[in-house]
Design a protein around this ligand. Structure first.
Ligand code: AMP
Ligand code: ZN
Ligand code: FE
Ligand code: FE
Length: 285
């Protein structure tokens, strides 16, 4: 049985609806899942009945964008209370910041001769939860670029001409809101940043886990982060970072890599010990 704790849906920048992701997970032999949309928990409610029908254990999850100085990190949250008022307020603020940021990026593109109506981009996002991938899709459809990779390489990636940082959220604030909601905070895909010197800072801020298993953690990175987790006494998470596309930009295969069951057992036990299961039951697959 595979375990995939990193999945995106149309509640952020994924291409499949939450229910469709649950069905795809079951078809791929996955038994435990977490939907970790960027700065959103809307997908969780929608996925519940599909997860139950597919006999999947569905763990509450989220992936928050946050800054450590000028460096952007993604902080995963698990086993939190989705009804937490602090978390809801945080996500509402984030959505407004994403809204402002999109308009700022559109102004920059317009100054470079690429006029894109805001509605075109917002029309691609659910509940106003807009991100750079939605903007990349609009750039492709209007013929300004031919792929999402090209959109990021030329315009949208960090420090590219149309990039606008969203430095209003610190990593400490992201970790705190997850913990305040009763959850476990994990650093997503540390191998993508090559900023391991930040990890001890994050642990001081309340980080309890790191994502060891991720498609971009080949070439011995998974082993390196497994050792780091052991040394710092951190829990271990992992998943596919699936966004819906089987190939092309940002491709990932659902359930690959899978989090080893022994690591999931430790996460589950930690959640149970702090009363964070809230009626969650582990489906026997
Ligand atoms: P945002 O949430 O608006 O900051 O957009 C960041 C998201 O864009 C990431 O989480 C990825 O899903 C996606 N992304 C980053 N780089 C690329 C790329 N080169 N090609 C396609 N998608 C990307
Ligand atoms: Zn994404
Ligand atoms: Fe991420
Ligand atoms: Fe992700």
């Amino acid at each position: 049985m595979r375990i995939d704790l990193h999945l995106h849906t149309t509640a952020s920048d994924g291409l499949l609806e939450p229910a469709a992701v649950m069905q795809a997970a079951r078809a791929a032999g996955v038994g435990v899942v977490s939907i970790t949309d960027h700065d959103a928990v809307d997908g969780l409610e929608e996925a519940r009945s599909a997860a139950a029908a597919a006999r999947l254990t569905l763990i509450p999850g989220v992936e928050l964008s946050a800054y450590w100085g000028r460096v952007e990190f993604h902080i995963l949250g698990y086993f939190f209370d989705p009804e937490s008022g602090a978390l809801r307020a945080f996500l509402q603020n984030t959505r407004e910041a994403r809204h402002r940021r999109l308009h700022a990026m559109l102004s920059r593109l317009q100054a470079m001769g690429m006029a894109i109506p805001a509605d075109d981009v917002f029309g691609r996002a659910r509940n106003g939860n807009v991100g750079r991938p939605h903007l990349a899709r609009a750039l492709i459809e209007r013929g300004f670029v031919t792929s999402a990779d090209e959109a990021f390489d030329r315009y949208l990636g960090t420090d590219k001409p149309a990039y606008v940082p969203r430095a209003d959220v610190s990593v400490g604030a992201a970790i705190r809101v997850i913990r305040e909601a009763g959850g476990i905070a994990a650093l997503a895909h540390p191998g993508l940043y090559s900023r391991d010197e930040a990890i001890s800072d994050l642990v001081r801020e309340g980080l309890e886990a790191i994502e060891v298993y991720h498609p971009q953690h080949a070439f011995g990175r998974a082993a390196r982060y497994r050792r780091l987790a052991r040394r710092l006494n951190l829990l271990v998470t992992g998943g596919s970072d699936f966004h819906g596309a089987a190939k092309g930009d940002h491709a990932a295969t659902i359930g690959v890599p899978s989090l080893p069951e022994s690591e999931f057992d430790r996460l589950w036990a930690a959640a149970e010990a702090r009363g964070a299961l809230r009626g969650l039951v582990r489906c026997a697959s």
